[in-house]
Design a binder for this molecule. Structure first.
Ligand code: AMP
Ligand code: MG
Length: 413
């Protein structure tokens, strides 16, 4: 090997870079914690959940009406039944239904002993103390047997699921007030650049507002990461070196933006090698090529290029898969397929991410229209996009109608 050859991988394909990152992330799995159900929305379920008992736990009425014995129904004619009592949902005194009698019942009330059928109020009429049941009533109607939703022992939820509102409801229906979830990874976000100014402050000559702090900070939060802290740093090697080391002390992952290209003030690759190690630098993607990945102690470091679009694209393509592995999140693939609605000429041999709007036509097929603003500094392109079209490495002309892979932006649809 040449003496100057870098000790890390460079110029990897997207697939190879992702494979290296996720294999390293697999050695950085975060632990679990038990939390109250009301704070568990969107959290990653730590263990499979099995139904501890039948849900519903008892046969009950699906309607407001009258509980009766199916055997008493007269075929193809009205059936008169004597009303002998009432049972409401939550009621504990349950009258027994004897032959040729019925009991008034509300939705969710336990089916009285003897009864196996409920007739809706609307399919009956009252005649003194007799209820006349409509001819169309079928034995077994309008009752919900025990265990019709979950049988005791059913696998209800898979570990790695990002808990949805309905799933929280399921956990509650099993009697759980707490749930074991994967701890949120802690991140420190560093934005670097002499030109950066916080929003809310007046811009001087050549200055811009630090937008990455917000777009990357929000992406982290959207992916279940606890943003422990943000620091805005100047392009000053010693300040950057210190900040990197400090950040690594406080976090599971450090995400930085800026300073990873080959410009005068792009110190990150060298500094990361000094305070920790570089695993890979530069990936064959556009935008986002200068992406840098390494570690300091047990902390993983993702250094994203400063261009705002590159930041979003590299986060989704390379940071997100690492977070999925670290948190054992089942990756519901965000990759869809769509037809190109405009021709695209791709002249280079890197994977390209194009900002696109998605439309579903009347026949149910998805169409992706690349937006005008495709510059890596044009955040407007991402702000107006639903997805990133992912074109493979080969240089090629794409005709309208070509099926392409698209990476839906989080929150789309
Ligand atoms: P760099 O990766 O540091 O070479 O920066 C590339 C481009 O992204 C430059 O135009 C920077 O001004 C811009 N940039 C860097 N950091 C940020 C940031 N935090 N917010 C918005 N733009 C940025
Ligand atoms: Mg910079």
């Amino acid at each position: 090997m040449h003496a100057d050859a870098p000790a890390f991988a460079t110029g990897l394909s997207l697939a190879d870079a992702r494979a290296r990152i996720t294999s390293i992330a697999a050695d950085h799995i975060v632990g679990n914690e038990s939390i109250a159900l009301e704070s568990a929305l969107g959290r990653v379920l730590a263990d499979d959940v099995v139904a501890p008992f039948d849900v519903p736990g008892f046969a009950n009425s699906a309607m407001d009406g009258y509980a009766l014995r199916g055997a008493d129904l007269v075929a193809d004619a009205e059936t008169p039944l004597r009303l002998i009592g009432t049972i409401l949902a939550g009621g504990t005194e349950i009258p027994r239904v004897e032959p040729n009698t019925c009991v008034r019942i509300t939705t969710g009330a336990p089916l009285p002993e003897g009864a196996d059928t409920v007739v809706m109020k609307e399919d009956s009429r009252i005649d003194g103390d007799v209820i006349v049941i409509a001819a169309a009533t079928r034995p077994g109607a309008n009752m919900r047997p025990a265990g019709e939703d979950y049988r005791s022992g059913d696998l209800a939820l898979n570990a790695g699921t990002e808990l949805t509102p309905a799933q929280l409801g399921v956990l509650a229906s099993f009697g759980h007030s707490r749930v074991a979830v994967v701890r949120r990874p802690r991140a420190v976000l560093l934005t670097t650049g002499d030109e950066l100014v916080a929003p809310g402050r007046v811009l001087g000559y050549g200055q811009i507002h630090d937008s990455n702090r917000y777009s990357l900070g929000a992406l982290l939060e959207q992916h279940g990461v606890e943003l422990a802290r943000h620091e805005r740093l100047r392009d000053d090697p010693s300040a950057l070196r210190e900040a990197l080391a400090r950040a690594a002390d406080d976090a599971d992952i450090v995400v930085s933006s800026g300073g990873v290209s080959a410009g005068e003030a792009d110190y990150l690759p060298r500094l990361l090698a000094e305070v920790g190690r570089v695993h890979l630098w530069k990936v064959r993607i556009k935008p986002g090529m200068p992406f840098l990945f390494g570690g300091i102690g047990r902390t993983l470091v993702f250094s994203l290029p400063g261009n705002p679009v590159s930041g979003v694209a590299t986060f989704l393509a390379l940071v997100r898969p690492a977070l999925d592995v670290m948190t054992r999140r089942r990756t519901h693939s965000m990759t869809l397929r769509a037809r190109l609605a405009k021709p695209v000429r791709k002249a280079h041999t890197r994977v390209e991410f194009l900002r696109a709007v998605l439309i579903c036509d009347e026949s149910g097929s998805l169409h992706a229209t690349p937006l005008q603003k495709q510059g890596s500094g044009q955040l407007r392109g991402v702000a107006e996009a639903d997805a990133l079209i992912m074109l493979p490495e080969t240089a090629q002309e794409y005709a309208v109608g070509t099926v392409v892979e698209v990476l839906a932006l989080p929150g789309w649809a």
